[in-house]
Ligand binder design. Structure first.
Ligand code: ATP
Length: 233
């Protein structure tokens, strides 16, 4: 069994009387330490997959396993603990707490986790050792995203989930954020899953999962993985 397994996962939303099938029998598997890119058009179901994997949403049918545990069987309390301790999230718009400085943002998230890493060391690793006392409003978009990545990594989670992590960043800054994610994946051997519209970044992945209209269009291993620096778009 893979480190992550989706087995016939279906997600239905009901708006009034009309059901919307966001996912319809999704199957895929991710090995430990893989860097995975999930691609698909707007509305394909990418965020729904990420939200179910991160315990922020629940499947209507099917099974999801992470590290041998079936998270689709978790109750509310177990899901809260899973989200808080086992999953690091990185979002398009950073979602930092505005009245906490960079260090406090990282510490605040890490403190509740048993195996958390040292917040200062992680901020150093993402290149923000001189900006620890700055508030989000005093940091550029790229720097805020680095804080958000540090916050996710400091929890020492099982996996890192990133939803359009470069969506709000310019080309060069976006590339440096992707490089940071690639380097962290290599160093920590933690699984990183990136959801994006940007098909150009697929060559940096170990595995590329294409989603179309709530189903898996293809899952492909990338035999010639590239460094972010080698990719242009
Ligand atoms: N909470 C919700 N309630 C109702 N429908 C939803 C909800 N969340 C998602 N959907 C629907 O499920 C489908 C898949 O949405 P999802 O956000 O997963 O797509 P996506 O591939 O991430 O799109 P995008 O790239 O635009 O973010 C869409 O039709 C969307 O409208």
């Amino acid at each position: 069994m893979g480190f992550i397994e989706f087995k016939q996962v279906t997600k239905e939303y009901k708006i009034g009387e009309v059901p919307i099938k966001a996912l319809n029998g999704v199957d895929f598997s991710i090995a430990e330490g893989e860097f995975v890119v999930i691609l698909g058009a707007s509305g394909a179901g990418k965020s729904t997959i990420l939200n179910i994997l991160g315990g922020m949403d629940t499947a209507t049918k099917g099974q999801v396993f992470v590290g041998g545990q079936e998270i689709t069987r978790y109750n509310e309390t177990q899901l809260t603990r899973y989200r808080g301790e086992k999953v690091g999230f990185v979002f398009q718009f950073y979602n930092l707490i505005q009245n906490l400085n960079a260090l406090e943002n990282v510490e605040f998230a890490a403190e509740v986790c048993h195996n958390h890493l040292d917040a200062k060391q992680i901020l150093q690793k993402v290149g923000l050792q001189h900006r620890m006392r700055n508030f989000p409003s005093q940091l550029s978009g790229g720097e805020q995203q680095r804080v958000a990545i540090a916050r996710a990594v400091a929890k020492n989670p099982l996996l890192l989930l990133c939803d359009e992590p470069t969506g709000a960043l310019d080309y060069v800054t976006g590339k440096s954020v992707l490089k940071l994610l690639q380097d962290l994946n290599k160093e920590t051997k933690k699984c990183v899953v990136v959801v994006t519209h940007n098909t150009a970044i697929a060559p940096m992945a170990d595995k590329i999962i294409k989603v179309k209209s709530g189903t898996i269009e293809s899952v492909a291993m990338n035999e010639t993985k590239l460094q972010v620096e080698e990719i242009e778009w």
